[in-house]
Design a protein around this ligand. Structure first.
Ligand SMILES: Cc1ncc(C[n+]2csc(CCOP(=O)(O)OP(=O)(O)O)c2C)c(N)n1
Ligand SMILES: [Mg+2]
Length: 787
């Protein structure tokens, strides 16, 4: 083998090695490493094998450092093996595959130390993420503040064919088409097998038609070079048409059974024709099996040819025919998804790969010319950058944009605050990118969009403006625009926020994404939200309106569980302010928090995340409230950010505490006035973030076990309240959001909130119906004290 002149041979050799390492990694984790708890470890040998050559060809032969790749989740073993061969993954991580601190089961940006661009795991999301990443790349590159010397990358997804059953793929295709998607490749491992079995016949035609309808280039990688050579032999056309007409399940079954079975079946079907018989007879059983397994997705030569020929301006889908379990004794078996090689089968593979006992992890064991392979690896373009992760300095915040107002809702205040950012000539405002799934105007982004415009690669005027039709909305599309308008698909919103929220790391330019939607529809995109947080994307989510305070909209639009989602979602700090000044302070803080990077204290796990930062979720309302006339002192600001402050502090005569979050501020204040009059015996605790209060408390409890006795914010607040005093909590959402407060210092607690689907009616009708009106708060308080 002469390297340089023979890249294909090098790729094939390294692919063989990756296949062994991936198979061994799973085998070792399941059968050699002691299993201390009897729980299955798992891993996907067949899914990895199916994609081995696709990954090898890309990583060793096609990718450039600026390309970003989402690898099919269950191809993690082969991905880790390839990274290891390139010196980008440690051997110990492979040995510890799926063990604590080892290489992850599914490629993870945050948990793996290897060079993972895009986490995967929940099928379909990684694929769609690449499209949004590409749109964000175009967005960033169109900006005057962006560095121009960086080459443009391709956003590439390596997908399983069953991933195409996920609906978010099609939502994303629509959005991609609208925004002129480019630089995006989806490479489909078309092994015609999913988890449960063999997929339906004829799927290919459907897939091809769908992608073509959305303007994608479809490249079919059906036959490998060996097959194409055989088709050119006399009788080859008959073989080709037999392959084309062979049902998926039969092809898989014969692949599993091997060369003799192929010969028998082919001879039965087409072997009575002299030329075909001769074609078959020229090959041994092993050669025949190799020929039939030489589908396009397993042929480095065909793959290199097609990948190199592909352009970047049209999104391209490559449908690569493959065999699940290719190159292993699992090939083609319908139960091979989670199936693993037996010890006998792994020994068979070991023999085929010439691996000596004790040398299983050696980089070049069983391969010829290790030095030449090493020099090849050193020159692989993808491997020329030590780290492909980029960074971008934090943009300084500009302070709370508080606009003194009379009575207002948090949603209206948000619109004004964002408009103030739009007016500000600051670097921070330049980096804000807003996005919304068709609820831009109704969630308060209208004024921002009027000033900062919508993004489009090419200028487009607002025709209504041009035709002098009066409208409060000026929708001008321009490359400098800062709003990305999406169709009604909340999954797309979160994928977009995920991609924009990683712009600093993917494209080296900081973005501050702000996404708006209706609070109840968070659930619609929940997996994509979780996915964005898992990738550590940074964004501000503004959910408005919320709760039964939405009154006339009824149960379909009224959110109940969302504060609990906000509390439970890792990587997302959630707030529900009641007043405009609180919102201004939280927004300013959020832009800083979104840009933090620091090491968490190991004894506190990841809590509190004040050091590491994260994303922020604001639950806002359309209900107008009187605003407290007050100066914003540093102490007040601190309380707002830490999650609570005393609106009425407890006095020595305190008989009850009323604690509220969000718009029930007015009910709590009214109840306090009715209960206490001027006796000042009712304390009112304003909670801006049950999430941060709870997280701080959990963090302190854990720290205490390690000798750190600093009390959390809620402990400090409640330390002022004698134990015999009761607490009434009230929220326009599920009562469990606040009911835990009783456990902090052992106060008896009654938690008021909404537990059933909403209704239509006036706000007060609904508050009475759900037991969260001021009357209900008074009634609950009387359970604790004799007023
Ligand atoms: C959202 C989601 N649902 C279910 C699963 C479980 N799951 C993992 S792989 C898989 C099937 C994958 O088939 P395919 O995409 O064809 O990949 P192959 O293993 O054939 O390469 C399923 C259902 C998952 N990971 N994510
Ligand atoms: Mg499949």
């Amino acid at each position: 083998m002469t390297l340089g002149s023979d890249r294909i041979a090098a790729i094939e050799a390294l692919n063989k090695k990756s296949l062994w390492l991936a198979s061994w990694m799973v085998h070792h984790a399941n059968h050699i490493r002691p299993n201390v708890d009897g729980v299955k470890v798992g891993g996907h040998q067949a899914s990895s094998a199916s994609m081995a050559m696709l990954l090898s060809t890309l990583y060793f032969g096609v990718l450039k450092p600026e390309d970003r790749v989402a690898v099919k989740p269950h191809a993690a073993p082969i991905f880790h093996a390839i990274q290891y061969l390139m010196g980008r993954q440690e051997k110990q991580k492979l040995i510890d595959f799926r063990a604590f601190g080892g290489a992850q089961s599914y490629p993870s940006r945050t948990k793996d130390t290897a060079d993972v661009d895009v986490s995967t795991g929940s099928v379909g999301l990684g694929v769609a993420f690449t499209a949004f990443a590409s749109l964000i790349q175009d967005y960033v590159r169109a900006k005057s503040w962006a560095k121009t010397d960086r080459p443009e990358g391709r956003m590439i997804a390596l997908a399983g064919d069953a991933e195409l059953d996920e609906g978010n793929i099609y939502e994303c295709l629509l959005e991609g088409w609208k925004h002129g998607l480019r630089n995006c490749w989806w490479i489909i491992d078309y092994n015609r097998q999913s988890l449960d079995g063999v997929v339906r016949e004829g799927l290919y035609d459907r897939i091809e038609a769908i992608f073509q309808a959305f303007g994608w280039t479809v490249v079919t990688l059906k036959y490998g070079a060996l097959q194409r050579a055989a088709f050119a032999e006399p009788g080859g056309d008959k073989l080709k048409s037999w392959i084309d007409n062979c049902p998926n399940d039969l092809y898989s079954a014969l692949m599993f059974r091997g060369g003799a079975a192929w010969r028998e079946r082919l001879t039965d079907a087409i072997g009575d024709q002299g030329e075909v018989s001769a074609l078959l007879a020229r090959r041994s059983d092993a050669e025949l099996a190799e020929l039939m397994a030489n589908l396009g997705g397993h042929c480095a030569e065909s793959l290199l040819e097609q990948f190199n020929a592909a352009g970047s301006d049209t999104p391209t889908v490559f449908i690569a025919y493959t065999v699940k379990g290719w190159g292993t004794p699992l090939a083609g078996h319908k139960d091979n998804h989670a199936g693993q090689m037996t010890s006998a089968q792994i020994e068979q593979l070991r023999a085929a790969h010439k691996i000596r006992d004790g040398h299983e992890w050696d980089r070049f064991e069983g391969l010829e010319n290790p030095e030449e392979l090493q020099s090849f690896l050193d020159a692989v373009p993808f491997n020329t950058k030590a780290s492909r992760r980029l960074s971008s300095a934090a943009v300084p915040t500009i302070g709370p944009q508080f606009l003194g107002t009379g009575a207002t809702s948090t949603q209206a205040a948000f619109a004004k605050i964002l408009d103030a950012y739009a007016k500000s000539d600051s670097a921070l405002s330049e980096r804000i990118i807003t996005t919304s799934p068709d609820v831009t105007v109704s969630t308060g982004l209208g004024a921002w969009v009027n000033r900062r415009n919508l993004f489009a690669p090419k200028e487009k005027v607002d025709l209504f403006q041009k035709e002098a039709i009066p409208s409060t909305q000026k929708w001008r599309f321009t490359p400098s625009g800062q709003h990305m308008e999406l169709g009604i698909a909340e999954m797309n919103l979160f994928l977009m926020l995920g991609a924009a929220g990683l712009s600093h790391s993917l494209f080296g330019e900081r973005l501050l994404p702000v996404g708006t939607l209706y609070d109840p529809f968070i659930s619609r995109g929940l997996d994509a939200l979780n996915y964005a947080c898992y990738q550590d994307a940074r964004f501000l989510l503004v959910a408005t309106p919320s709760g039964v305070s939405l009154a006339g909209e009824g149960g379909a639009h009224q959110s109940i569980a969302s504060p609990l989602i906000g509390m439970a979602q890792d990587g997302l700090a959630s707030f529900e302010p009641a007043f405009a000044d609180e919102l201004a302070i939280i927004t300013d803080w959020a832009f800083d928090y979104m840009q933090r990077t620091g090491d968490a204290r190991p004894d506190l796990a990841d809590w509190p995340r004040d050091v590491t930062g994260g994303s922020v979720y604001l639950r806002l309302s359309t209900r107008t409230l009187e605003q407290p006339p007050r100066p914003v002192t540093p102490a007040l600001s601190e309380g707002i950010i830490r999650g609570a402050y005393w609106l009425n502090p407890p006095t020595p005569q305190c008989e009850v505490v009323l604690a509220y979050q969000g718009v029930l501020a007015s009910e709590a204040i009214e109840a306090a006035a009715r209960l206490g009059g001027d006796r000042r015996n009712v304390a009112v605790l304003a909670i801006t973030s049950a999430d941060r209060l709870n997280a701080g408390w959990q963090g302190s409890v854990r720290a205490r076990m390690h000798g750190d006795h600093t009390p959390s914010h809620i402990e400090q607040l409640l330390a002022q309240v004698p134990n015999k005093i009761g607490i009434v909590t009230a929220i326009d959402a599920h009562p469990a959001t606040l009911s835990w407060i009783g456990s902090v210092c052992g106060h008896r607690t009654i938690a008021l909130g909404v537990e059933h689907f909403g209704q239509t009616g006036t706000v007060q009708d609904l508050y009475r119906h759900f037991g969260i009106s001021s009357d209900d708060i008074v009634r609950a308080a009387k359970q604790f004290a004799s007023f």
